[in-house]
Write a protein that binds this ligand. Structure first.
Ligand code: HEM
Length: 404
């Protein structure tokens, strides 16, 4: 205990700015520098402690009684403000378990089984259309197809509102980060703050009779009618189906396509042995570092190995950094479809482990199944790097697919 305090007293300050434009485009040198500096470092902006090594991030995620989500998981007062009925990501204990159980009815492997065929048809069509079709944007035409198509259909919001989902989803991650500079809101983020308010108001006034009967959203309201849920909980669930399900998977798919194209030997391995597809999906998510970070607040002193977080401190957990930690993975920057890193932290760990992981895995698996059957070669040009403050990925990926 005394030693741990000593370590904290010496927690060195990391001077780099993780939210600078260039750092958002390429966070990897910052991750390496933080990991090498110390198990815990102090950042200047935001003024929080940060953990970047695999074993320490994993332990922190598995300590929900001390490092809680209920005081917000972002890096500014707007997203961390207390709300009367917190959603799944920002609740703890019994409330969290209840919200999660309601969501998992649809998102468990059994709940999802019936939709695999639908996903396969959707992506087959798209892959066929764009094979031998010259250069196209892989994000718009391939990576978006399943997350947007599937979520639109399954959640069941009215048609005219579905088009807004992408804007809401991107905004909800962008406003997780630092949003002020010199005491004022960064102008580029004003639109996203409006979108975050818009989605809250939209859900607060959503009329259940406009939902597609039998859809995930309609089912949540059904549970309200049968007395199993409050209306606020149902709205939280619908929010949880829509906001974390789009750009996460879209970016992860974009990064996977990029890695397959840049590592043709790995793509050929997959083509020869499709039993590697599940491993390739885990490897893609490990390396893609999509969810950059979230935070927790220590409600009492947290001590684990060399990490000490004093009561009241907010700690930033660097998921993307943990997944590239050479202390855990040999040759961590290589894309290796045989690695099967099922313990990687791209979907988190502990009680807040991504509730949509089964759906994301299925979407990425059916994409790979369609590709290995129909496409002999994937090529990419330089991508346009995104600067979302919660998610890492490409906004545009020029690519070509040649038929088998
Ligand atoms: C490759 C795609 C995805 C990635 C990388 C990803 C990543 C994550 C991560 C890192 C967390 C943990 C948050 C924390 O520690 O506080 C999380 C939680 C969550 N994700 Fe995902 N996600 C993905 C896809 C999805 C999809 C498709 C859905 C919905 C259908 C979804 C819904 C959720 C929900 C509801 C939570 C909160 C779980 C809880 O607090 O218990 N995610 N996700």
């Amino acid at each position: 205990m005394i030693e741990a305090r000593h370590t904290f007293d010496r927690a060195p300050t990391y001077d780099g700015d993780l939210f600078a434009h260039e750092a958002l485009q390429n966070p990897f040198p910052h991750y390496a520098a933080i990991r090498d500096l110390a198990p815990v470092v102090r950042l200047r902006n935001p003024n929080v402690l940060a953990i970047g090594r695999y074993a320490d991030v994993r332990k922190a995620l598995q300590s929900p009684a001390i490092l809680i989500s209920g005081k917000g998981i972002g890096f500014n007062d707007f997203v961390n403000r207390p709300v009367p009925e917190p959603g799944i990501l920002t609740s703890d204990g019994e409330r969290h378990r209840k919200l999660r159980a309601a969501l998992m009815q649809q998102l468990s492997p059994t709940g999802l089984r019936p939709i695999r065929e639908m996903l396969r048809r959707m992506i087959d069509e798209q892959v066929e259309r764009f094979t031998d079709a010259g250069t196209f944007d892989g994000i718009a035409e391939i990576a978006r197809r399943l997350p947007l198509g599937a979520i639109s259909k399954l959640v069941g919001l009215p048609e005219e509102d579905r088009v807004k989902m992408l804007r809401w989803a991107a905004a909800s991650f962008n406003v997780v980060g630092v949003i002020e500079r010199d005491g004022a809101i960064i102008p580029a983020l004003a639109d996203d703050l409006d979108a975050a308010t818009e989605v809250r108001d939209y859900l607060a006034t959503l009329d259940p009779s406009t939902l597609r009967p039998g859809s995930w959203a309609a089912d949540q309201f059904e549970q309200v009618r049968s007395g199993g849920m409050t209306i606020g909980d149902a709205r939280s669930s619908i929010r949880a189906f829509v906001l974390p399900s789009l750009d996460t998977t879209i970016y992860a798919m974009g990064n996977l396509l990029y890695n397959l194209a840049r590592n043709p030997d790995q793509y050929q391995l997959l083509r020869r042995d499709s039993s590697l597809i599940s491993s390739a999906v885990f490897e893609g998510v490990r390396l893609s570092a999509v969810v950059r970070w979230f935070s927790r607040v220590a409600v009492e002193d947290y001590v684990a190995d060399e990490v000490f977080i004093p009561e009241g401190e907010r700690v930033m957990l660097l998921y993307g950094s943990a997944n590239c930690d050479p202390r855990r993975y040999t040759n961590p920057d290589a894309f290796d479809v045989t690695r099967n890193p099922v313990d990687q932290l791209g979907w988190g760990a502990g009680p807040h482990l991504c509730a949509g992981m089964n759906l994301a895995r299925m979407e990425m698996e059916v994409l790979l199944e369609a590709l290995v059957q129909r496409v002999a070669r994937i090529e990419v040009d330089e991508p346009t790097l995104g600067v979302n403050r919660g998610l890492f990925g490409f906004d545009m990926l020029p690519m070509r697919m040649t038929s088998a």
